[in-house]
Write a protein that binds this ligand. Sequence first.
Ligand SMILES: [Zn+2]
Length: 261
Amino acid sequence: MDALVTAVTAAGGLVVGDQLEIVVERLGAHVDLRRPWWACPSCQAPAGAAALVPVARVAVRRRGCRRCGAQAAHPLRPAVLALVSAVVMGGFAARLGADPVLPAFVVLAAALVAVSAVDLERMIIPNRILYPSAGAIAVLLLVGTVADGRWGSMARAAIAAVAAFVAFFVVHAVAPRGMGFGDVRLAGVVGLATGWLGLGHAFVAFLAAFVLGSVVGTVVMVVSGQGRRTRVPFGPFLAAGAVVAVVAGDPIVRALFHRGA
Ligand SMILES: [Zn+2]
């Protein structure tokens, strides 16, 4: 049963992740989500039939628009988004199984992937992705909680969300250049979802985010040769931390807090 849930969720991740390109491209560039969804970003010519097929889409995007010749800015990105979404959603499903809160974590996965892609491209975390995702995750967590009365989990989710938001807000207030307000909001969402699994899981999410962020940030600083002026978006690390906490949180929390127990 759990294997089936994982397989179906991962397959859904492939389809959803591929379509996330529309959200990432349009909302990242502050353009409306109007039809036709797959259109040339320069001349708005609707894409041909081949561009609507997920894998063929990459080849079409590389060749460029048939009318004006403009190439998609990131021809490979739909395939990358599809693959990453499938792995993350499949990982969440493997951890949670047929749990009533799984839909909340599927939405979380899609939101983390989309927000990371926009942040990597534009150094911004768009509210137009984050707010609807946060609302959907909160409602779906509540529905999953009501399903079998795990109100302690819901309370921990709320506590972790508020604590993460406040902690990141303090960092943002002290160092606004290092930590944008988008990161503060995203931290609240990560706290909400990982906190539902346990306060230890939320702690693991932020610990992993800072460890990954410092390691990768240092490497980028050295490689780019720009030293401390290098700007590295933090959103993808918060997302990676959340994935670590959901998928591998149980053993890490045990190792950190229950040694010798
Ligand atoms: Zn065109």
